[in-house]
Design a protein. Structure first.
Length: 440
């Protein structure tokens, strides 16, 4: 893959959704890493990708490097955009895994060699392409901006009812079994998940429209649309899993969720309750300790830092409790080294990680698939930004699915945990036109 990409400024600003609707939404291999609806900060990246046949080429990228030279088009200088499913990390870590979903790949990387970069803070579009074709690409983008429809028209989702892998009563009984394992000392936290399935319909067959509805209802700073043939990942993820910049790796685990309130007073009370909850604090700190340990396996001694602890971040549908851990990568560290140390994310397994994954394999009884994995970009310069695959939809020829779950500790109450799963799954299912099954 060529690293000789250049960025050319394009005249005129446009909402990325308008360009997406005009072209990328119809392409079989395309990506949109989305800073969010009406974003005023951050970067979005939109382009067509070519499937990378050699995942080792991505995984062998050195992440300890510090990029050199001026680059005006944001942190992504070209490389790959894609996803890794949960079992793609659980199996190498030594955990038992269930049979994968047929026809739905657990690892996909699209080569990103020609794309548009959107600087939301400055309202500037950049055309990124190989040097020999960059000016032509900039001219093409300018023409597309001028011709793009003012307001994309997305078809309304059809009405459907989702089915669940576990009914609420069964999920509650699994929480009891999680607490049993914790009492026996086999784990001290377990991220128990389930899956909601929607049958094939016109809605599931139009992933671009589903994503438009998802981002409208659930704005997120790490949204994303990645389509690889007849499978697409549509995400309103609020959780950064791993970022790498200038040789520093960071992870931002989320543990602790509350719904938004009906008015300002109720909303503030829910955020304060989340911040003060001993159970949520304990759950979050457990994962912080786990991620400190994971990052230490690939970081220079003494470089691990907790940059933020128990901070409440608020999104359209939920408040979340977030912490930040970082470390300076050791010389020679590759993406594969970083993934081996940290993936799957502790916020989606529990701790101790291998014991937690082994227990959850028995309790959940089926594959998680792409859900609970990660997605985003890996730069050929060693930079990376990978988000957790939560609050997400996977569409495929047989329909679509949404995964959801929560961290179980000794202090968990089954009714509250069941309700939290419903909160997390409701918005992605609504983007598909589907309602939660009874009891959720």
């Amino acid at each position: 893959m060529s690293a000789d990409l250049v960025a050319v400024a394009v005249d005129g600003w446009i909402d990325p959704e308008r360009l997406f609707a005009a072209r990328e939404s119809q392409l079989p291999h395309a990506f949109w890493l989305d800073a969010g609806r009406d974003a005023r900060t951050g970067w979005s990246y939109l382009g067509e990708g070519e499937a990378e046949p050699d995942a080792a080429a991505v995984r062998s990228v050195r992440c300890d490097a510090r990029p050199s030279g001026e680059w005006p088009a944001g942190p992504f200088r070209g490389g790959w955009v894609g996803w890794l499913g949960y079992e793609r990390g659980a199996a190498p870590a030594g955990a038992p895994i269930a049979s994968p979903d047929e026809g739905i790949p657990l690892e996909v990387w699209l080569r990103a060699e020609r794309f548009a970069a959107f600087d939301h803070a400055r309202s500037q579009v950049w055309a990124v392409a190989p040097e020999g074709s960059s000016k032509a690409w900039a001219a093409e983008l300018a023409a597309r901006i001028a011709a793009a429809p003012e307001t994309p028209a997305w078809p309304a989702p059809a009405s459907a009812m989702a089915s669940s892998r576990h009914d609420p009563e069964t999920y509650a009984s699994l929480i009891t079994r999680c607490r049993d394992a914790i009492r026996e000392g086999d784990a001290y936290q377990l991220c128990l998940t389930t899956r909601f399935t929607v049958p094939a319909s016109d809605a599931t067959g139009d992933p671009a429209a589903v994503y438009a509805h998802l981002r409208a209802s659930s704005p997120a700073h790490h949204g994303g649309y990645v389509r690889a043939g007849d499978v697409a990942l549509l995400s309103a993820s609020p959780e950064q899993f791993l970022t790498v910049a200038d040789g520093i790796a960071r992870t931002r685990p989320i543990k602790g969720t509350r719904p938004r309130g009906a008015d300002a007073a109720a909303d503030a009370a829910l955020a304060a309750e989340l911040r003060a909850s001993p159970k949520e604090q304990a759950e979050n700190v457990m994962i912080v300790d786990l991620m400190r340990n994971d990052l230490s396996r690939v970081s220079e001694p003494g470089s691990i830092r907790v940059d933020g602890l128990l901070e409440v971040e608020s999104y359209a549908a939920v408040h979340q409790l977030v912490s930040t851990v970082s470390g300076r990568l050791r010389a020679g560290s590759t993406l594969d080294d970083l993934l081996a140390a940290c993936f799957p994310a502790g916020s989606m397994t529990g701790a101790p990680k291998l014991s937690a994954m082994t227990i959850l394999h028995t309790l959940e009884g089926a594959a998680r698939g792409i859900f609970a994995g990660c997605f985003g970009y890996v730069g050929h310069d060693g930079a990376a930004d990978l988000a957790m695959i939560i609050r997400s939809i996977i569409t495929h020829p047989g329909g679509a699915y949404v995964g959801a779950g929560g961290g179980i500790t000794w202090g968990s109450e089954a009714a509250a945990e069941v309700a939290e799963v419903g909160i997390k799954a409701r918005a992605p299912l609504a983007a598909l036109g589907a309602a939660l099954p009874p009891g959720w």
